[in-house]
Design a protein around this ligand. Structure first.
Ligand code: 5RP
Length: 220
């Protein structure tokens, strides 16, 4: 079973968490694209979606799913999104697709965050995947120097601008033993919009597609 088939299986399993009659939060990435395609069959049963990226918004609209402004939504029971890494506490690294800031906002608003991924994303310690940090462009060099002080090797994501008009520094070489502390620390560097650690607000459910089916992990 290919990694893509495992992503698709996890995405389809997430349909069981979609609350009928409510707005659904939708993330970004290749796993989420499978979820959006599957969600199309339920479009009459949901009140619309809020989306974490222009790419997901476009895909949702192509399927006839209404995309709402998050500011107009007062209740978001479920948010479905992918991840680049997940540990046993369902703390995540996200932002491989560069949509981390909007993803973190929707995750914060949601009552239940359902993360969907293939099994290769499961790790013991976060940090092998370079940690994405969204930065206001004029702060790039300063933030990079601060990240070096933390033991990381920041690299500018070439030719990439976020949906918010900012840059991404991908930080290599971090072994993240204390995800909550590091998330807060990096977010306190002036010029950082946010970083791709989702530890303060981890996932509530992790659906991991593997060769022998979809495993469900719940937050403890
Ligand atoms: C985008 C993300 C994605 O969820 C993450 O990169 C996983 O992507 P994929 O489903 O393509 O493996 O955080 O910013």
């Amino acid at each position: 079973m290919s990694a893509d088939a495992q992503k698709k299986a996890a995405a389809e399993a997430a349909l069981a968490y979609v609350e009928r009659g409510a707005v659904i939060g939708v993330g970004t990435g290749s796993t989420v694209n499978h979820f959006i395609d599957a969600l199309a069959d339920l479009r009459q049963d949901i009140a619309g979606a809020v989306s974490s990226s222009e790419a997901s918004t476009e895909r949702l609209r192509r399927h006839g799913i209404e995309v709402l402004d998050l500011n107009e939504v007062d209740r978001l029971p479920v948010y479905v999104d992918g991840a680049d890494e997940a540990n046993s506490l369902l703390q995540l690294i996200k932002g491989g697709g560069g949509a981390l800031t909007r993803e973190k906002i929707i995750a914060a608003v949601s009552q239940k965050f359902v993360c969907i991924a293939d099994r290769s994303k499961r790790v013991r310690v976060l940090g092998k995947f370079p940690l994405p940090v969204e930065v206001i462009p004029m702060a790039r060099s300063y933030v990079a120097r601060e990240l070096v002080k933390l033991g990381g090797r920041p690299e500018l994501r070439q030719g990439f601008t976020t949906d918010n008009g900012n840059i991404i520094l991908d930080v290599h070489g971090l072994e993240i033993a204390e995800p909550i502390q590091l998330e807060r620390h990096i977010n306190n560097i002036t010029g950082v919009v946010t970083n791709g650690l989702f530890a303060v607000r981890p996932a509530d459910v992790l659906l991991l597609g593997g060769p022998d089916g979809v495993e469900t992990l719940q937050a403890r």
